[in-house]
Design a protein around this ligand. Sequence first.
Ligand SMILES: NC(=O)c1ccc[n+]([C@@H]2O[C@H](COP(=O)([O-])OP(=O)(O)OC[C@H]3O[C@@H](n4cnc5c(N)ncnc54)[C@H](OP(=O)(O)O)[C@@H]3O)[C@@H](O)[C@H]2O)c1
Length: 191
Amino acid sequence: MEKCLIAAISDDYALGKDNDLLWHLSEDLKYFKRLTSGHPVIMGRKTYESIGRPLPRRLNIVLTRKAPETGSGSPLSAASGPPAGEGSAPANQPANLLYASTLEEAFALAASTPFEGRVDEPDQCFVMGGGSLYKQALPLCDKLYLTEVHTTRPDADTFFPAFDKKIYRELSRSELYSENNLTYHFVIYGR
Ligand SMILES: NC(=O)c1ccc[n+]([C@@H]2O[C@H](COP(=O)([O-])OP(=O)(O)OC[C@H]3O[C@@H](n4cnc5c(N)ncnc54)[C@H](OP(=O)(O)O)[C@@H]3O)[C@@H](O)[C@H]2O)c1
């Protein structure tokens, strides 16, 4: 399985602020949906909570070091049963939502878990944030799908890690998109 990473970053590598995104770009959301549908997506617990629900038509694997608790309220507490790390889905948990307690476990689940609508060609999984996940996963990923948004956001509180463009070479760059007073490119880097 090809390990991919997908992110939208500014020219100063900003990703988010106050557990939210920095922009709303509809073409970027469509691009994200088109690339990830039918594939496993791996995300940190904070990113999952900021979305608030599993993304449809994808296997959602959420990284957390805390066991999901019984109760009501947060997405994590909607799950009861085994601790995070066992890769199982308790009875009241959506079938396309799994928890993992290490990145290695998340990649193993991504490779081995069947789910409705799974697409095997191309055989890919996507690390989809946030900052802490990107930092850990970057050295393990084969391909980076970066939406490069041409602005700077020094006010952000979450940033994408610096990466070596001699190791990750640019494979393709889209035409320039323009939306909400921002311009951006879809860029693919590969090792
Ligand atoms: N621009 C983009 O493309 C993009 C994409 C996604 C997210 N974002 C933004 O990124 C920000 C969130 O990023 P973040 O770095 O604060 O949080 P995050 O990476 O989404 O989640 C961090 C949490 O993930 C869990 N975790 C991380 N590494 C783990 C590991 N190795 N093993 C087990 N659990 C692990 C921990 O959860 P526990 O505390 O539960 O143990 C940790 O607190 C938000 O602003 C969001 O909007 C931007």
